[in-house]
Every structure is written in C-alpha cells, then in structure tokens.
Design a binder for this molecule. Structure first.
Ligand code: ZN
Length: 189
C-alpha cells in the first residue's frame, strides 16, 4: 500500500513505488540521466514534471505515474496517455524517435502531427488502461475527465467497465470552464 509521499514510477521494465529520495537515488544509476515523464490519471495526459498545468492541484500516488526515459515514454503511450497541450512534451529532443513505435501500435498513427492533434485523439480519460493502473494502485484518481455530451449508452459502458475493475467508483465528468470547480459530474445512476 502506498504512503502519501510515495509515487509509482515505471523504470527498467517494471513499476516501483518510490519516495522522492529513493527516486533520486534511482536516477543516479543512469548515465546520462533520463528524462522524467509525468502522466496524470484524471485527464489521461502526460508531460514534463515542470508543467505549470500538471503541477496544479493535489498529487498523490493515485493521481500521477512517473516514467523514465525512452522506455517510460513508450510505456505511457501504450497505457493510452496523450500529450499535454500546455508543456508539449513532443517538443523535446528525440521524442518522436522514442514514441513512434508505440504510437503506431496503440493508435495506428504514423505521424507526430496526428498523435498530438486533439481532433484526432481528443481529451478522454477512457482511453487509459485503467485495468492495469488501478490493479496496481488499488485506488481510482479523484476524478475522471471524459468528453462532454456522452450518450447514455457510452456512460453505461463506462460504468460497467469501472465496476469490473473494482476498487470503488471515481466521479466521472467533463471539463466545464463555466463553473468554479471546472468539472461537471455525470449521473451514472
Ligand atoms: Zn503539461
């Protein structure tokens, strides 16, 4: 069970649970030091640890997955995360070379432009491999952001999927800039 100062990290082919200090130790095992990618469970976006948008709000082990280097980048793409439009991780050196096999495998897309185009892959946390992630964390994130205007049948599908995974039920809703909490929850019944 994770403690509040620990985070899940994907490195060297497996998940580990690390305190910050242990993570810094792990990073010293690499030469050169790998890039650290940060994936946010509630939105299904990943980006840089310096992201002003990603660093908003509470971050706990059930909200964030860190992943190291090119291998970590491919893993996050395989898990269904897409690029953050604020920090734009796709602009980092070597991104596409490290990402392209996973993008092809996961989405059948052959260009960086298509992968990062939100009309091709829209914001939708349903894309994330919750079956793998929640089996690991045993907690849902505090919210799931899915598209606005989802039809009832789609919401029923999602409810069934969440129930099959188990470990409780997160609030599911959509981004709404017109309310203070920027989130409007769906009634899943
Ligand atoms: Zn970002």
């Amino acid at each position: 069970m994770a403690r509040k100062d620990e985070y899940y990290v994907f490195a060297k082919g497996r998940y580990g649970l690390f305190e910050l200090e242990t993570l810094l130790w792990l990073l010293r095992q690499y030469n050169p030091r790998p890039r650290i990618w940060s994936a946010r469970f509630s939105t299904g976006l990943f980006g840089l640890t310096s992201c002003p948008s990603g660093n908003k709000g509470p971050k706990k082990f059930n909200e964030v997955l860190l992943a190291l280097g090119d291998e970590g980048l491919a893993k996050l793409i395989d898990l269904g995360f897409i690029t953050c439009p604020v920090c734009r991780p796709e602009n980092t050196t070597g991104f596409w070379d490290a990402a392209k096999d996973a993008v092809q495998r996961k989405h059948g897309l052959a260009s960086l432009a298509a992968f990062t185009d939100k009309t091709v892959l829209p914001f939708d946390a349903r894309r994330v491999a919750w079956e793998e992630i929640v089996s690991l964390t045993r907690y849902w994130p505090n919210r799931l952001y899915v598209p606005k205007g989802l039809m009832e049948v789609k919401l029923r599908d999602l409810k069934g999927r969440i129930q099959n995974i188990g470990h409780g039920f997160p609030p599911v809703g959509y981004y709404n800039s017109e309310v203070a909490e920027r989130f409007t929850e769906y009634d899943l019944g």
